[in-house]
Design a protein around this ligand. Sequence first.
Ligand code: FES
Ligand SMILES: [Fe+2]
Length: 371
Amino acid sequence: MNSPAHRLYAALRHVPCDNDAAALRPGLTHGDYTSPTRLALEGERIFRRSWVCVGHDANIPAAGDYLVEAILNHSVVAVRGDNGSINAFHNVCRHRGHTVAEGRGNARRLTCPYHAWTYDHDGSLFHAPHTNGVADVEKGQLGLRPVRLERVVGALFVNLDPDAPSFDECHPGLRAELERWAPSPDTMALAYESPVRHTANWKVSVENFSECYHCGPVHKYLTDNIIDPDSYDVSAAGLVQRHVVGGRDNSMTQRLWHIWPNTAMGLYPLPGVGMVWCIRHMYPRSVDESTYQYRWYAAPGQSTEAIREYAEHHANTTGAEDAAIVSGAQVGMRSDPDATNVLICNPSHGVGSEHVIAYFHDLVRTAIATR
Ligand code: FES
Ligand SMILES: [Fe+2]
């Protein structure tokens, strides 16, 4: 098989991460964050062929629940059927191309608002008005176009390349590693979600997640109350970053995984609640806007109310601080697009190191170079 996703993951597999580097490394140029042409290329070479998380089982728990997510220009709808299975489709009517669903909700069938073509949860065309007796209408051929979907610890990953290698082929061993730490997906409930608008390129949002170098200057509440930045340890291998951080409450350890290209998930220490599973999506919207979507999930015995209360506080402190700082970085890079970022690779792999950003940049460069 030689599909675009095969070529991408075959190339990325050979990119090393030097977790013990001691060096200043050149990063991407500012223009790589500000050029619409570059974003279009990332759409083709990264987002149309990588596994991208659009939600979790617990976002659509009941039959007929659906959610829509945009992967750049590609709208995808994931819907749960009566038998509990979840399928994903291009959110595009087979008649004349209107989207068939918006946001999220529950529907017995998905009905296109334009001329009321109606689709079952498995994507098949159920009804198209005024087509009786029209000889050429082959309803079996006019279902919603499927999108590859895989569930990994309840997270819903889609790939826009219909011939993509499986998630497990792209990330050997990762599913088992996550299963060790994640609560059982069918016991989880969505407690809170807070989409934070970043007026910054999606890579700035990913990179801001990827280091805690900024935690001291930017996140006073976080570092005083939640995590101990001196305990920070970050490393990467095989398209995955792993962040392990001691909590200020030293019975709790934060563990987060960032999975190429734009999904992070893991256990976050919430005071008074315990370790809470969260997923963070970093979706590109335009060259200088991204959505940093936090989703927090309650495991059995955890109070959704307590999680919601803390998550709102988090959104108003750490989340808002990050939104402001990434916006400032975008303004600066836009004003001098020919300059190049510099990355500190500190062999402590702790709070002062940006070596996993250097790795991310190598992945991005490799992806862009892979046709
Ligand atoms: S475009 Fe959907 S029914 Fe016409
Ligand atoms: Fe931050």
